[in-house]
Design a protein around this ligand. Structure first.
Ligand code: ZN
Length: 284
């Protein structure tokens, strides 16, 4: 065999190999188009970049009737809030978990508004990792923990809520308890830690300050001297979720209890609940 022929055979084999790779990756891309994750990415792009609409009258009425945070915003921020609620609502898949229980517009609007309330200081953040919201009518039994739960945040991208307890959180607004904000707080911390387009948006300095405060606060809770309920001492993540509930429902008490804690929470969430304005909407 001449050396020319060997080169031709090697070249031919290489071309065949490259064509195989191109074919395989194209095939995978086509299959991927139908994947949930890819559809979600398209939805995310559509709602966050191209769709600039607010809510319809019916949806706005739900907020005007039930959502104090929205009611307290000025006209411009109301509009921003609505747009973000609509974006969040359009991006997520809402599913109810029992047959006799129907998904309503109120559930979608209220749960989306809760997420936007917590993330209002971060214009580009829509909890991207969390694509599905599961809603149970009441406490639900978990076969994993063998216990009844009111809500949870699953690392796989699912937020679970009991509707009855979610509503209670917004009906009793000053008791420092709010299931929706609690679960969204877990989701916010996870979102910040997961490497995607919404990665490390929380202020690093504020996070460090928070970590310092946590150590001290855990001891205070265990001694019964903290503003936070005992459950907050379970671990750092629960303490953050409990602190978010108190920040939104008893901000004045929190500020009086510890101005440093209040300032840290405001910096972490990039909003000041007592002034009810996002610190910066610069990325809009
Ligand atoms: Zn929790």
């Amino acid at each position: 065999m001449t050396s020319g022929l060997v080169i031709i055979i090697i070249l031919f084999a290489l071309i065949l190999f490259a064509a195989g790779i191109i074919f395989w990756s194209t095939l995978n891309s086509v299959v991927d188009l139908f994947n949930h994750a890819t559809r979600y990415r398209f939805k995310h792009l559509w709602y966050s970049v191209f769709s600039k609409q607010g809510l319809n009258i019916h949806q706005r009425e739900i907020l005007l009737k039930n959502f104090t945070y929205y009611q307290k915003l000025d006209a411009e921020n109301k509009w921003l809030f609505e747009r973000r609620v609509r974006t969040f609502m359009g991006m997520k898949e809402f599913i109810v978990r029992t047959d006799e229980f129907e998904l309503t517009e109120e559930m979608k609007v209220m749960i989306s508004a809760c997420a936007v309330q917590l993330s209002f200081g971060f214009p580009g953040i829509f909890f991207r990792h969390f694509y599905r919201i599961l809603i149970y009518p009441d406490d639900y039994y978990s076969t994993i923990t063998k216990k009844y739960h009111q809500g949870e945040v699953n690392r796989g991208g699912i937020i679970v809520l009991s509707w009855k307890n979610f509503l209670l959180g917004y009906m009793e607004e000053n008791d420092g308890r709010n299931l929706g904000l609690h679960e969204m707080a877990h989701a916010l911390l996870l979102e910040d830690a997961i490497m995607n387009g919404e990665f490390e948006f929380l202020d690093g300095e504020a996070l460090e300050m928070w970590e310092e405060l946590v150590v001290h606060e855990m001891i205070l809770i265990q001694n019964g001297n903290s503003i936070f309920r005992r459950y907050g001492a379970s671990n750092r993540h629960e303490l953050f979720a409990v602190a978010v509930e108190v920040y939104f429902e008893q901000p004045l008490q929190m500020k009086q209890y510890s101005p440093r804690l209040y300032a840290t929470m405001s910096k972490l969430l990039n909003q000041d609940i007592l002034a009810l304005a996002p610190v910066s909407q610069a990325h809009l």
